[in-house]
Structures are given as C-alpha cells and as structure tokens.
Design a protein around this ligand. Structure first.
Ligand SMILES: C/C=C(\C)C(=O)SCCNC(=O)CCNC(=O)[C@H](O)C(C)(C)COP(=O)(O)OP(=O)(O)OC[C@H]1O[C@@H](n2cnc3c(N)ncnc32)[C@H](O)[C@@H]1OP(=O)(O)O
Length: 720
C-alpha cells in the first residue's frame, strides 16, 4: 500500500508495508497510482516519496518472488516518473535497498537522513538488481563504485552515498519536512535535467573493455560457485556499452533467468531460514514471544585456552567488558597472548585500527581469582571437556556468582543437565557451543537442559546476536546437532577410504560440491589425536579398548584408520603429516602422501577388506545422505523444531554452500521419496551402520509431499 496526501502543494506518497515497506504488488500499485494522481492534479507542484515506520523501503517483496509477475514493475513506475514534468523527490530514512534504491534512482532527486543506508543487495539472494539498478546506479555513482555496490551487495551510509553522487543532500531533522522543502525548491527546474536516463554512465577515465575482463575474472575467482555476481558484472558492463533502453531490456532478461534458478531459490530460502531461527520455543513452555532476556552488561570466561581466549575476544570486540579467568598466571598469560595475537590479526587485515584494538583490550580483565566473577551477569565456562572438571567449576561458580548470573557451559558433547545439577540454579544453566576458531566462526549452538528457564534461553539468544554470532537453539543429545550430523558424514568418508577411495579423492568430491574444505583436511587441521582421544574416552566409558584391528564398536561398523595414523605419529598439520603430508610455507600445503596410501592398504589387508573403485558420485551420496538421515532423526526427536535450524547450522558451522540452501533444503530438492529409497538401499547394503537405519519421520514425509516449512510440525515435536 501507499498512502497519498497533499501538503503545501506537494503530493506525499508514503510507502506502507510494515516492517520494512517491501515492494509488494499492493505497494507498487499504490506508488504507481499515487504518481499518476499527482501528475494529473493541477494543484500539485512536486512530489515526495517516503516510507512509513522509519524505513524508506527494503526492496521487492522477496516472499512474492515465486508467485510470478503481477502489478506494475519498478521500471514501469520509473518510466512514468521519467516523463513527469513535476519533480519527484525520494526522502530516505532507514534503508533504501534493492528495489527501494531503484525507486529512489527513478525519482529526480534523492535526499537522505544521516542514519540512512542505501544499497543493491540482490546478489545476496542470487539475483541482479532487476528494477533498473544496473543501468541507473552507474549513471549516478559511476561505473566502478556502482559495480562494487552491486557485486558485493554491501550497503553504503548516507554520507558516502552523497560523495558518490547517489544522493543530492544529507539532512538532519525530520525527513518528510526536509523532503517537502527540497521538492518545492526544485519545482521550477526542468525535470529532464535531473533524470538519470538522460545521463551517460560515468566511466571516470576507465576503459570499459579492460575493466570488464578484469571484473569478470575477479568475480569468477572470488565468488566461486555463485552465479549472480557474474550476471551483475555482465549487466553493469552492458549498461556502459549500449543505449539506456537496451540495457534495461537486458537487465530484465538476466533477472528473469536468475529468478527461476535453483541458486536464487536456495539463497532466498537461506535468507528466511536465518530469520526463522530467532523463533524458538521450549518443550516445557515459554518461547521467544513471551520470554524476557535479562540485560548482560558484563561477562566472565573461565578457561583461557584457545577456545576461551577466542570467546573473550568476541565479547570485548562487541563492546562488553570481560573477565578472563585461569587457574594460574602462566596459563593466563598464554591465553592473553593468544587473544592479543588474534586481535592484532584483525588490525593487520585492516578490519580494525590499532586504536580500536586498544579500546577493546581495555575491556579485558585477566584474572586468576574467581572472586572477580562475583558481579558479572553471565559466565561462559570453557575449560577442558571433562564432566568431573566442569561440575567442579560450576559448583564453585554457583557459590561465587550473584544469584541472577547465568552460567553457560561451552561443550560439544556433554549433557547440560549433568553440568546443571552441580549448581543450585539449574534454571540458569545453559549450553553455549562455540565452534573453532571461536573468534571467527559465526555459529553458536545454544543448548537448553531440562530445567533451563525461558529467560535464560532468551538471554543467551540475545547475547549471541550481541557478539555477532548466529545463535540457534537446540535440545541436548550426544553431539547436539552439528557434531551429531557430522559423525555419520565423516564415518562414511572413512568407510569410503577403507573400501578403495583416497582421502584426497574424498576431499576433492566435497570441494567440487562447494564445501570450503574436505573432511580429511579438516581432520588434519583440528588434530587427528583429538578425534582419537574422544573415541578412546567413549570406548573407555564402555569398558572397551579400541585397537587398530577394531572393525566393530558396540556392534557397529568402525574404521580404525585414525588409530593407525596416531600410532605412526601422524597427528595432522601440527606434526607435518596426517591424512596428508604438509609442505610449502609454514607447512600448510597438503600433498597426497604415498605413505598414507600404504598405511590404508596395509590396514585393509590386515582386516580382510577388499578394495575397489569407489566413484565420486557414491562418495558424495553416502556422506550426504547419511548426514541428512540423521537430520530427520533430529527433527523426529524434537532436538530441532524446524528443518531451517539444521540448515543454518550447516551454513554457519561447516560452510555448506549457501547457494544450495543447506542439507535439508538440498534433500527437499532431491525429493524425499528418492532420498528415502536411497537410504533404505544403503541400510540393506550396510546393516552394521546405525546411521543407515531410515528415519521414521523421513519415511512418513516421503509419502506426504509436505513442503520443508511443514516438516517440523509433521514431526509432532514442535515447541511453538
Ligand atoms: C529484482 C529484485 C529486487 C527489485 C529487489 O528488491 S530484491 C530485494 C532486495 N532487498 C533485500 O535483499 C533486503 C533484504 N532485507 C534486509 O537486508 C534486512 O531485512 C533489512 C536490512 C531490511 C532489515 O534488517 P533487520 O532490521 O535486521 O530486520 P530483519 O532482517 O529481521 O527483517 C525484518 C522483517 O522484514 C522481512 N524482510 C526484510 N526485507 C524483506 C523483503 N525485501 N521482502 C520481504 N520481507 C522482507 C524479514 O524477513 C523480517 O521478517 P520476518 O522474516 O522476521 O517475518
């Protein structure tokens, strides 16, 4: 919708579609009608287009993209404005993004409040600006700057947009009043002079042919796998080469081609999935709508190892003070040095100035006394992954901290309740699983225990956002969601290697699919001894000893190649050899090692495993379907409420290619019937792998035809 009114001979068209005035069919129709009405009204001298509720407009309504083209398109509204004799002024506050900026670029003039941001973020949802942006922005901002804005999708602040030539004025005070004043000041000026259609693309001395080739090459290597950035370059280059109307026509063709592509569907899905995760609920009642987060003004981190130091760094760089606690001065100094090192790394990368880094450091209080945690609002424990030790820490924290303090445990495996019962405040205990390296990885798995209160959950969910993470709430189970799904994925990778593949072959299958790294390279990076210790500890608890000859563990197929590598001192990159050998600067370049292939061959001969040719398709299918099956079991058990939560975990925890949505979205595209049948086939073929027992929910859904958004509900475990 768009509201029409007149003040001081100026027609005001206010876009009205809460919360961000997205250009739905109704809004575009309202805008077109308003412009037409103002053009025909003899009492109107000028027009102001603005937005209701603090934002100009966040662009086309993404929810309507799958419904086809209805109502007037942005360029049709723009063509009408181009013919107007009365000046149209865009009065921007908040955001003018995508179609929102395109509407503004069709207006004769653009003014903005100081807080405003303008941009063309369509590339983030697998599109190009399809409402004239690739043709008009280079006419306002110049080829180079427009190309950068369109390819990166990054918005720019009002002051910068003014310098670039996108805006005509930046104002303070009431934006509508300023818009009316500005519009009246232009009422007698020939509008054709201000019309971007009539200006050439500003090349600022650049040669379009050299620039075009360089831009295409740059984008191809930087945005590997993504289609839209290449189309952005092609459209902007085309706009610099051909007349205005031809360029608009080409832009539209490219836009339609991308709109129906799988990538854009996946990226739009990811956009909404990321927003869905904020809608959490607890099985015992309480959810994001009713629970109030308690304010967190200061935080303590217990344990200054690599993980704890990284967490403390996230806290101080987000503006909060942090007490970093260690048991002795030596460990503390080591932790602070590691934190400083990471912080200086961000300075070297130009992401922060040295002065800003100093301000961050001033928020850090290194300490060896638990008394310093007495008054903090939240504590994150990040000590060694050992239940006895964690319980001891929690008992002490419970005695030391004020009663309202929320106590978080950074764990990747331990049951939250078994930690919470060490305190007299189990309602204030919650899991916060950070991913390594904790300063850089965006995912934060927040895990509720059986007695965690809604307020505690609301607080850690908000805290996650404060420290610029992507917080997802999950239930407690072995490995939670991320590591639980990773287990069958890596197990299948190792089984494929036992059966005949090489680690490098598996890794290249994953990289070709779009994963940032193969599973064996990740294993080398995090340390093979780490997986070894976890497995040995799990076996010890069950009274079993794992050896290099163990083919089965608890009746399940087991690959003991890890034990063989550790036996040979191949612990990963830190020892210069693991699944690969490492050479090059700093020993960082992985090379296939004939010794590893020999170890694998010997292992297989010793255990009587016949090796064969394992094809790339089989590797990909086995790894992904095993993990997807686990995802459905997670939904079935109510560990997650929605499939979207699982996908966000894979996007941010393991770098699943965003243009493929996430594993659950990927399954939906493969078709659940096909996925279920394949899993049943693998179950028959590999009866000794629990992870191939087909999920009951998946079986049910494969017959139902329900869309992904309904899978959580169908599981009957929804907490909302
Ligand atoms: C051709 C293509 C054309 C012409 C286009 O315009 S494509 C769309 C281009 N625009 C965008 O990609 C902008 C996307 N939106 C954002 O970047 C952000 O939402 C925001 C900066 C506008 C606001 O951010 P924030 O304050 O953090 O709030 P949320 O992100 O949570 O958003 C609030 C709710 O608004 C919904 N939303 C936002 N933009 C759109 C949109 N363009 N179409 C439909 N809905 C939109 C968003 O989903 C949130 O709602 P819920 O999902 O929580 O219900």
């Amino acid at each position: 919708m768009a509201e029409y009114s007149i003040r001081d001979s100026v027609a005001i068209i206010q876009l009205d579609n809460a919360p961000v005035n997205a250009l739905s069919v109704a809004v575009r129709t309202g805008l077109y009608d308003g412009i037409e009405r103002a053009a025909g009204d003899g009492s109107v001298k000028a027009v102001v287009v603005c937005g209701k509720g603090g934002n100009f407009c966040a662009g086309a309504d993404i929810k309507e993209f799958d419904e086809g083209s209805k109502g007037p398109w942005i360029t049709e509204i723009g063509d009408f404005m181009d013919r107007m004799r009365k000046p149209v002024v865009a009065a921007i506050e908040g955001v003018a993004l995508g179609g929102g900026l395109e509407v503004a670029l069709f207006c004769h003039y653009r003014i903005a409040a100081k807080n405003a941001r303008v941009g063309q973020p369509e590339v983030n949802i697998g599109l190009i600006p399809g409402g004239g942006g690739t043709v008009r922005l280079p006419r306002a901002a110049g080829f180079k700057q427009a190309l950068e804005m369109i390819v990166t999708g990054n918005p720019v602040r009002a002051e910068r947009a003014l310098k670039m030539g996108v805006l005509d004025e930046v104002v303070s005070g009431n934006i509508l009043e300023a818009g009316i004043k500005f519009a009246l000041s232009k009422a007698h000026i020939d509008t054709s002079l201000a019309c971007l259609r009539n200006r050439p693309v500003r090349m600022d001395g650049l040669n379009i042919d050299t620039k075009a080739d360089a831009a295409l090459a740059h984008v191809k290597s930087k945005y590997k796998g993504f289609e839209a950035p290449m189309f952005c370059v092609k459209a902007v280059v085309n706009a610099a080469r051909v007349p205005y109307d031809d360029a608009i026509q080409k832009e539209r063709e490219y836009f339609f081609e991308l709109r129906t592509s799988g990538q854009s569907q996946a990226l739009r899905y990811a956009f909404f999935a990321e927003r869905q995760i904020a809608r959490w609920g607890l099985p015992g009642g309480g959810d994001y709508r009713t629970a109030r987060a308690i304010p967190v003004r200061s935080v303590g981190v217990v344990g200054a190892g690599t993980m704890g130091a990284g967490i403390a760094l996230c806290i101080i760089t987000s503006g909060l003070p942090c007490v970093l606690l260690e048991q002795n001065q030596e460990f503390l100094e080591k932790g602070v040095t590691s934190l400083r090192g990471q912080l200086m790394g961000t300075v070297r990368l130009g992401k922060m100035t040295a002065g800003e880094a100093e301000v961050c450091l001033s928020r850090l209080k290194p300490s060896t006394s638990m008394e310093d945690l007495k008054h903090v609002d939240m504590v994150i424990e990040a000590v060694f992954e050992d239940l006895k030790l964690k319980r001891e820490v929690f008992e002490r924290l419970d005695k030391t901290c004020k009663p309202e303090t929320i106590l978080c445990t950074n764990t990747s495996t331990l049951d939250i309740d078994s930690v919470a019962t060490a305190t007299g405040r189990p309602d204030k205990v919650v899991g916060t699983h950070f991913f390594a390296p904790s300063y850089l990885m965006k995912l934060l798995e927040n895990i509720y225990g059986s007695r965690t209160s809604p307020e505690t959950v609301a607080t850690v969910m908000r805290f996650g956002k404060t420290i610029r993470k992507v917080p997802v709430l999950v239930g407690s189970c072995t490995g939670f969601v991320a590591n639980r799904m990773l287990a069958p994925y890596t197990a299948e990778a190792q089984f494929c290697v036992e059966e005949g593949a090489s680690p490098a072959q598996v890794d290249s299958v994953l990289m070709d699919f779009g994963m940032p790294m193969g599973t064996f390279r990740v294993s080398d990076l995090s340390g093979i001894d780490v997986s070894f210790s976890i497995r040995r500890e799990a076996a010890r608890k069950l009274g079993v000893t794992l050896t290099v000859d163990s083919r089965y563990f608890r009746g399940q197929r087991h690959c003991s190649l890890i034990e063989r590598l550790v036996e040979k001192g191949r612990l990963g990159r830190k020892t210069g050899k693991g699944w690969y050998k490492y050479e090059g600067p700093g020993g960082t370049v992985p090379l296939e090692d004939p010794d590893v292939l020999e170890i694998i061959e010997t292992h297989c001969r010793a255990l009587g495993i016949e090796r064969r040719n394992v094809g790339s398709h089989e590797i990909q299918e086995r790894m992904q379907l095993a993990m997807i099956n686990e995802g459905f079991k997670i939904l079935e058990e109510g560990i997650c409420t929605r499939a979207e939560e699982i996908d966000v975990i894979w996007l941010y925890g393991f770098g699943w290619p965003r243009y493929l949505g996430g594993p659950m979205f990927y399954a939906s595209k493969l078709g659940l019937k096909r996925v279920f049948e394949k899993i049943c086939t693998f179950h028959k073929r590999f009866p000794h792998s629990q992870h191939w027992v087909p999920s009951v929910l998946l079986g049910k859904l494969s017959e139902s035809g329900l869309p992904l958004s309904k899978w959580g509900e169908a599981a009957g475990t929804s907490r909302l």
